[in-house]
Design a binder for this molecule. Structure first.
Ligand code: MN
Ligand code: MN
Length: 290
């Protein structure tokens, strides 16, 4: 840990922090192009670009209790990394803080969801932004492949689950989602209904006060976020994703941003991801702190 420059405005010690940011530079199961292991460093670097003051929420991030715990040292194997990650996240949640994970690949979300669910009890749901269903039981012989994370969340944690931004999957995944009444919104649904109506439906459907929010950056259209492991055209626009985060952050007990592979662009995907991370903290703080 502590091997990189810190996230800008993460000025608190762990003990007094409400928001605990940490990176997990692991992309071992990436199926198309790897590189998300470089995202935590790229996002910390990008953070130096931003003003600490957020005018929309009239809040200054430098005055908020944010801690950067550095990076978790990943193993070569995904299963060992996930086991270690759960052990790292669980105390953060137990201490009443909000874990904010910088992936790394999407498989890393599962232990974070599990840790948050453990302390949230039944009053809990999960919202995933993703171009992909991630509903495979296994992929490439690996249960914990990044293409399977939503399946394991639903099977092992909660079926109180919604995904937004979906537009890619084999027929089996579309059929599975429909047959099991898994609630999902395609990027076309978002465009047709408008993000505010979609979010109102999501909140009504989940019917809980605590959620885990996972942002697979490929939910965004590649024109906004080109540096991805598995880019998929015709995605969500950046303002709609910001609206999701602004609306759902106050209910969130954990958050992650995954699948940015920063080598594939000139820095704008990490920049956008970092901005959305800062938007998450501002929105949550505005709703919950004095
Ligand atoms: Mn995903
Ligand atoms: Mn995806």
């Amino acid at each position: 840990m502590f091997n990189q420059p810190k996230m800008m405005d993460a000025l608190s010690e762990y003990g007094t922090a409400e928001y605990v940011i940490f990176g997990v530079p692991f992309d071992g199961t990436s199926s198309f192009r790897a590189g998300s292991r470089f995202a935590p460093g790229a996002m910390r670097k990008a953070s130096a670009n931003f003003e600490s003051y957020n005018a929309f929420f009239d809040i200054d991030l430098a005055e908020l209790p944010i801690h950067d715990a550095g990076d978790l040292e990943p193993y070569a194997s995904v299963d060992d990394t996930l086991r270690d990650l759960f052990c790292a996240v669980e105390p953060i949640v137990k201490d009443g803080k909000i874990p904010i994970m910088l992936g790394g690949e999407h498989s890393l979300s599962l232990p974070c969801v599990k840790a948050c669910a453990k302390y949230a009890g039944d009053d809990f749901g999960v919202v995933v932004l993703d171009a992909h269903f991630d509903l495979r039981d296994e992929y490439g012989g690996l249960k914990n492949n990044h293409a399977c994370v939503s399946r394991h969340i639903i099977d092992e944690v909660t079926d109180n689950y919604v995904s937004i931004g979906i537009r890619s999957g084999p027929k089996e995944e579309w059929d599975l989602a429909k047959e099991n009444n898994i609630r999902y919104y395609t990027s076309e649904d978002v465009e047709t209904k408008g993000i505010k109506d979609v979010l109102a439906e999501v909140i009504e459907y989940l019917d809980c006060s605590k959620i885990y929010l996972s942002l697979d950056m490929d939910a965004l259209d590649p024109s906004f976020a080109p540096a991805l492991g598995t880019p998929e055209p015709f995605g969500l626009n950046a303002r709609d994703v910001r609206e999701v985060i602004r609306t759902l952050a106050p209910m969130s007990v954990g958050f992650d941003i995954v699948e940015i592979a920063p080598e594939y662009d000139g820095g704008q995907t990490a920049m956008l991801g970092t901005k959305l991370l800062r938007e998450f903290i501002a929105a949550h703080a505005c709703a919950t702190l004095d």
